[in-house]
Design a protein around this ligand. Structure first.
Ligand code: PRP
Ligand code: URA
Length: 213
């Protein structure tokens, strides 16, 4: 794991994550394999992302004696940005089945690259614990920036983001708009093309996931 900026971006350099991300980048990968692999990477990433979660101790009885046990403090909420973020949810819930799931629906206007929010279904008490925003693609950063603003307005106080591929342009935008937000990515790519797609990237994540290319 490379921590390029404690306030901002953490890039994973785990061999399994690099291996699986390459599968996802490959244009020959089917939507079925794309979906399964995306969920697996999310599961691998969340293990490290949750390292900073606070725990509280309580007494627990084993079959032999009483001892000290631990549980994560507060209620965890995971918020995927639809559509593509939903592809990371199963992998995360495999590791944290007790987490709640809020949903944000956002679609980028292909000509202006501005995000439009079409759905927001969130738990009322987002401040009740850690919140993880999930979207595989951080391109211009427009969607992520709007999502973070929305989550904070809705009450989230302990927030971080997981993405798969980040573009330097999106990271810079997030640093400007939300300097205190920690972002975890499987890769920091080279740049955006003239249409706002990440290079080398993996194409349109939602389309590749659902076979709507
Ligand atoms: C993709 C992706 C992000 C957004 C990133 O979603 O999942 O939400 O684009 O781009 P940005 O950083 O420039 O805002 P898209 O709008 O294509 O919707 P989809 O997941 O439904 O395909
Ligand atoms: N959204 C995607 O799905 N892919 C990109 O490369 C950029 C935005």
């Amino acid at each position: 794991m490379t921590d390029t900026n404690p306030g901002g971006l953490v890039v994973f350099d785990h061999p399994l994550i690099r291996h699986k991300l390459t599968l996802i980048r490959d244009e020959r990968t089917s939507h079925r394999l794309f979906r399964a692999t995306l969920a697996q990477i999310a599961g691998l990433m969340v293990y490290e992302v949750t390292r900073s979660f606070e725990t509280e101790s309580f007494r627990v009885r084993t079959p032999l004696v009483e001892t000290t046990g631990y549980r994560v403090r507060g209620t965890i909420t995971v918020v995927p940005v639809l559509r593509a973020g939903s592809g990371m949810i199963d992998g995360i819930l495999d590791i944290m089945p007790e987490a709640r799931v809020g949903h944000l629906g956002m679609a980028r206007d292909e000509s202006t690259l501005e995000p439009k929010t079409y759905l927001s279904k969130l738990p009322k008490d987002l401040a009740a614990g850690p919140v993880i925003l999930v979207d595989p693609m951080l391109a211009t950063g427009g969607s992520a920036s709007a999502a973070v603003r929305l989550l904070r307005e809705a009450g989230a106080t302990d927030l971080r983001m997981i993405c798969l591929v980040a573009a330097p342009e999106g990271v810079a935008r997030m640093r400007r708009d939300h300097p205190d937000l920690r972002i975890y990515a499987a890769a920091l790519d080279e740049r955006l093309n003239e249409k706002g797609y990440i290079l080398p990237g993996l194409g349109d994540a939602g389309d590749r996931m659902y076979g709507t290319t």
